[in-house]
Design a protein around this ligand. Structure first.
Ligand code: ZN
Length: 257
């Protein structure tokens, strides 16, 4: 027994303290119920960490995970880090106040987007599990930056393996045997009608910031693209094909009202 505990401790990842000045007080009484994942989108991890710790940049995250799995703590969890910007999830716009932000080192779409290595994903899995043990973050509160800011952001992007996290019990995911109904409609930019309204209502139920206009407008296209990056990465084009439409309704039913 003693050996097992010692082994478990040995396996716990060391967290490096790399403090950033970019944080302020959380709002008293507001729960921490969102976990936002980002990529750094810069040419190197060192450059990203330098920027996140630069007072003039006025940006930060609670943690940065390097591609080799090293974890840096920049901001204490009881402080508000500045990572989400203008954002919305579950009709809450105070996303920084309610969330923990994790930056994954990756050059991003601008500098040579590439897969997130195993060591980085394993470190993230462990860190996310620890965070979710400390805070009441539900499965549907585990999101990407593009989920909460679909008009502005693409990170962590379509190469991020959300399915892997879900298999580790982290985040919302469709049932393994999910198959879209053959009656699920294909919906795309410019279309109008009740099926578009139903799609918007389902996206709103999952947590996306969207208006129920009944018109497949540019915001709807951006939100569908964000949804696809997260849940259907092989097709991140903003067209809600039957599989995407079916998945959106399937996941909306799994989230409490
Ligand atoms: Zn981001």
């Amino acid at each position: 027994m003693v050996h097992r505990i010692a082994f478990a401790r040995f396996r716990m990842k060391m967290i490096l303290d790399t403090p950033s000045p970019n944080h302020d007080a959380r709002t008293p009484g507001v729960p921490i119920d969102i976990l936002v994942l980002h990529y750094t989108g810069m040419q190197s991890g060192a450059a990203a960490i330098e920027r996140l710790c630069d007072a003039a940049a006025e940006v930060s995250a609670h943690y940065v995970i390097e591609e080799d799995g090293r974890i840096h703590r920049l901001v204490a969890e009881d402080r508000r880090a500045w990572h989400a910007g203008v954002a919305c999830w579950r009709r809450e716009t105070a996303v920084n106040a309610r969330s923990i932000g994790i930056e994954l080192v990756n050059p991003g779409h601008e500098w040579g987007y590439r897969p997130f290595p195993e060591a980085q994903m394993a470190a993230l899995e462990q860190l996310a599990r620890d965070i979710m043990a400390r805070h009441p973050i539900p499965a549907y509160g585990v999101v990407g930056h593009s989920d909460v800011a679909p008009l502005r952001k693409q990170d962590p992007g379509e190469l991020f393996d959300w399915g892997r996290l879900a298999r580790a019990g982290i985040g919302l995911w469709p049932d393994a045997d999910f198959v879209a109904s053959e009656h699920a409609p294909a919906l795309m930019a410019g279309m109008r009608g009740p099926a578009v309204f139903d799609l918007q209502a389902a996206l709103d139920a999952i947590g996306y910031g969207i208006e129920g206009t009944g018109l497949f407008d540019p915001l709807t296209e951006a939100v569908v693209t964000a949804f696809q990056r997260h849940f259907r990465p092989e097709r991140a084009d903003g067209v809600s094909d039957p599989q995407t439409t079916g998945l959106i309704h399937h996941l909306a039913e799994r989230v409490p009202a």
